[in-house]
Design a protein around this ligand. Structure first.
Ligand code: PLP
Length: 241
């Protein structure tokens, strides 16, 4: 009984937070003169228990993001409703085989080597995997991602790999940057996205620009994000046990 009311409380909090974030995303889009339908809101569900994820899905969270292959595959059998999942966390080549075909997109492709492995496993399964190129726009030594100056060349190289399709780019700016600096990183990222997209490179469709999290999704939307990844603002502070 106590456990049940605990869960009911939690679901209520998720519901209120989800509605508030939906509202804020829409408002941020309108404020920057953008059509809110251009911006997808991803619910980042790492460390979140399936009961709350399912509740968010039932409220309309159609796009979810998970960081870890094992965690996602463990929770997947319990997920219900109409949703699409993306992998957004760092992916090691030895885990690629398990995740290919299990998510609609891998957002965290940060090397040619990883893309080759995704392509190889995808071809084996008879599919083409949609991917984003993760760019380390702040050149943060603690972060994964392709350095911005290498992005175009790397994109061209990955575009040649069978079994993968480049749909855009994603980034995580340095954590220690203030909002003004972060916004500049987002702006640089958008420029890179436009520049590479305008070259009409075969097998590259720059449609998705994934940037912005709980603390900075408004700035990301103002700078052209088409997908924001929001976790704690929806599900509360994470509990890494
Ligand atoms: C955890 C995570 C998020 C969400 O972060 P919040 O600050 O909780 O919104 C977004 N993107 C990536 C890659 C993450 O790992």
């Amino acid at each position: 009984m106590q456990e049940q009311s605990f869960i009911a409380e939690g679901k209520k909090r998720v519901e209120e937070a989800w509605k508030a974030v939906c509202h804020d995303v829409q408002e941020a889009a309108l404020k920057s003169g953008r059509d809110p339908s251009e911006v997808s809101l991803m619910a980042v569900t790492k460390t979140v228990e399936p009961v709350y994820i399912n509740h968010a899905i039932s409220l309309g969270a159609a796009l979810i993001g998970e960081n870890k292959v094992q965690e996602f595959l463990g929770k997947k059998p319990e997920l219900q409703g109409a949703y699409t999942a993306h992998l957004i966390g760092h992916l090691q080549t030895n885990k690629v085989r398990q995740i290919v075909g299990e998510v609609a997109m891998i957002q965290s492709v940060d090397s040619v080597k990883l893309a080759r492995e995704i392509g190889r496993c995808s071809e084996k399964k008879g599919i083409v995997s949609d991917i984003l190129l993760e760019v380390n726009i702040g050149r943060d030594p603690d972060k994964f991602g392709i350095l911005p100056e290498a992005a175009e060349e790397t994109a061209c190289e990955i575009a040649e790999i069978p079994g993968v399709h480049i749909c855009g780019m994603m980034t995580v700016p340095p954590f220690d940057a203030d909002l003004e600096k972060t916004r500049r990183f987002f702006s640089n990222m958008h420029q890179l996205f436009i520049d590479i997209g305008s070259k009409n490179i075969h097998n590259i469709n720059m449609c998705t620009l994934s940037m912005g999290m709980s603390g900075d999704f408004r700035e990301a939307i103002a700078e052209g994000a088409t997908l924001v990844r929001v976790g704690s603002a929806i599900f509360g502070a994470r509990n890494y046990r």
